[in-house]
Design a protein around this ligand. Structure first.
Ligand code: BES
Ligand code: ZN
Length: 629
């Protein structure tokens, strides 16, 4: 049993039962490599659930939001399918206060909570009675509800009402709902939510209006992975864009957001032409307060987005295309476990680019792809080999440890390589079939490989020879056959870079037509040649320190730290205090930590700002600044 020993050592924190199961996965991977058929429900090392024995199929929530206590209280009724009639129902729960579990007749059921590995919560085991097809779990959330961010009024744009939002992906839904928190266990859901007077509740589902007691009601009758159950509550207004799509945001933001995202309906149409019908009814976008830790989150019917993509010139709406694309890759066809995450994100970056091409033209799409590849190359230089693999091995690790640009950009480049080898027409037919045949299912990388083999590789053997699937999926780094997009727009920027290098003055630059991407490319290209005087010169001409564009400002602030350009110190502090998007915080805190003065500065800013960040961002930044208070 040497395999088991190694895995247990690598997973010292784990309590025996889950560690055992992780070990079993490792054992199976080692000894069953010749077995051809993938298991129908692959074991998920990041969930305690045992869905092959008893599986949750529907979740019915009855919740109250208590802003004063910062807690959600209520009940979840779980419908179950019992393959093994003797087996208990096993759920994931993290820090939930479980008050009582009852059958449909109201009689109590025994339950037990046992600790699991760090950051994966507890195992909640419920003894079912013979005829049970549903149980009701009465519970409340605690301060360990890491999915939730409760914002005080002053952390919102309006400043008057509090705000609450959830972030479920990857393994945080268990911190506010007791359920089988594995992307392989799809559920339909319904909810009834009470909130303080004057606040609006939204969820990732169809809105059914309010009941006689004023509670908000929702229903989603498509089965989704639990990480897509989402809720937000605050002072929210709505602006329509089309019959099926519109923008929710705080009143002060909603009009700007509507104007920025007015092409969303055109994006939905473009997607439908390429990948088939949009199957979720509405596609609304909720613009959150700036502490939202991600750029966007593809919650069904209601994408969550950071306000930092409102640049004023639509240059960052690729994010909307991205979250929309997840309506096919991710929400319709979902990664079965977190090691298959590239199936969600790689496909989505690829589609995002196809949508951008169709709506905004090929020049813009190629420009975005060239930047994506460049970013990936920079990132690969710093990642460990295991993190560079598409079919990443996460046994004994947390899903967030495998999070990087690899599943996104390397995944997308793999699909571009396939497109180049087989031709767009054939590849599009393949993709459409992939979605139609796996709609509302959770899929593994092995299933993708088998489908690729059957639908493409055996059909065009000549093209198949150009693609080494095994290496794409299992090796670190980039293959020689990786597509190398070359953007004429960025080529033109390079000419200006050359001119700037000769003159060392901003006078020679013509930037009026530049989008965010061209600015980012320019600043990246001249970064090594800049000094404090060069920064001051650029700032005088382009007022970069006061830029309202968060992408440009983030790069500029990083350069300011590097070159000790102190005129930007105030802007840096303000940025780090007001914005909680992890992608921006990470490079800035990392840059600060490179010098002793920067370290003092970073810790001092973080002391004030930390409380304003979501758990997800805090987790990352704690590690960077060495926070242990
Ligand atoms: N689903 C992701 C966000 C996510 C991934 C949350 C993993 C938690 C765990 C979302 O679709 C995404 O990829 N967002 C990107 C934006 C995109 C344009 C690349 C982001 O937030 O930066
Ligand atoms: Zn995504």
């Amino acid at each position: 049993m040497h395999t088991q020993d190694t895995t247990l050592t690598a997973n010292r924190q784990a309590s025996p039962p889950l560690a055992h199961r992780i070990a079993l996965v490792a054992l199976c991977a080692a000894s069953c490599s010749r077995a051809p058929a993938p298991a129908p429900t692959p074991m998920d090392p990041h969930s305690h659930a045992e869905p092959a024995r008893v599986r949750v199929t529907h979740v019915d929530l009855d919740l109250s939001l208590d802003f004063d206590a910062q807690a959600i209280r209520g009940a979840a009724r779980l419908d179950v399918q019992r393959t093994d009639p003797k087996a208990p129902l096993v759920l994931d729960s993290q820090g939930l206060g479980i008050e009582r579990v009852v059958g449909v007749d109201g009689s109590a059921r025994e339950f037990a909570l046992s600790p699991g590995p760090e950051r994966l919560g507890e195992k909640l085991t419920i003894q079912l009675a013979d005829g049970d097809q549903a149980v009701r779990v009465e519970y409340h959330t605690t301060e360990r509800a890491d999915a939730l961010q409760w914002l005080a009024p002053e952390q919102t744009t309006g400043g008057k009402a509090p705000f609450l939002f959830t972030q479920g992906q990857a393994v945080l839904t268990r911190t506010w709902i007791p359920l089988q928190d594995s992307p392989g266990v799809r559920v339909t859901y319904a909810a009834r939510v009470r909130a303080p007077e004057g606040l609006t509740v939204l969820m990732s589902a169809k809105q059914l209006g309010r009941d006689t007691e004023g509670a908000f009601r929702f229903e989603l009758d498509h089965a989704i992975p639990p990480y897509l159950i989402a809720l937000a509550c605050g002072d929210l207004s709505f602006r329509p864009i089309s019959e099926r799509c519109g923008i929710w945001a705080e009143p002060a933001t909603v009009e700007r957001a509507r104007a920025e995202f007015e092409d969303t309906e055109a994006m939905i149409r473009a997607s439908e032409e390429m990948f088939g019908a949009y199957r979720w009814g509405r596609f609304d976008v909720l613009v959150l307060p700036p502490s939202f830790p991600y750029g966007g989150m593809e919650n069904p019917c209601l994408t969550f987005a950071t306000p930092t993509v409102i640049a004023g010139d639509k240059s960052l709406v690729g994010l909307i295309a991205h979250e929309l694309a997840h309506s096919w890759s991710g929400n319709l066809v979902t990664n079965a476990t977190w090691r298959d995450f590239w199936l969600n994100e790689g496909f989505t970056v690829y589609f995002e680019n196809r949508i951008m091409e169709r709506v905004f033209g090929v020049e813009r799409a190629v420009m975005e792809m060239q930047l994506a590849r460049a970013e990936l190359e920079r990132e690969l230089a710093e990642l460990q080999p295991w993190q560079q693999v598409l079919h990443i091995d996460l046994a004994g690790k947390h899903p967030d440890d495998g999070f990087s640009g690899v599943p996104y950009n390397k995944g997308a480049l793999f699909l571009f390589a396939l497109e180049a080898a087989f031709g767009r027409e054939r590849f599009d037919t393949f993709l459409r079939r992939w979605f139609d045949e796996h709609a509302f299912q959770s899929v593994t990388t092995a299933q993708f490989r088998a489908f690729l083999q059957r639908e493409l590789f055996t059909v065009d053997r000549e093209a198949a020879r150009k693609i080494d699937v095994e290496r794409w999926l299992t090796e670190p780094g980039l293959l020689p056959e990786t597509p190398n997009p070359v953007s004429p727009l960025l080529g033109a920027v390079d000419e200006q870079v050359a001119r700037w290098r000769d003159a060392r003055s901003s006078d020679v630059l013509t930037t009026a037509q530049w989008s965010t991407q061209e600015w980012l490319h320019f600043l990246g290209a001249i970064a090594g040649d800049l000094d404090r005087a060069g920064m001051a010169d650029l700032d005088r001409r382009f007022a970069l320190t006061t830029s309202g564009n968060a992408e440009i400002l983030c790069v500029w602030l990083r350069l300011s730290i590097q070159h000790e350009y102190e005129a930007a110190n105030g802007a840096l502090r303000q940025f780090l205090t007001n914005i909680g998007r992890r992608k921006f915080l990470t490079p800035l805190y990392k840059e600060l930590m490179k010098t002793p003065t920067g370290q003092t500065n970073a810790r001092e800013i973080y002391r004030t700002a930390r409380g304003r960040y979501h758990y997800v961002a805090r987790g990352t930044i704690d590690g960077i600044v060495g926070w242990n208070e």
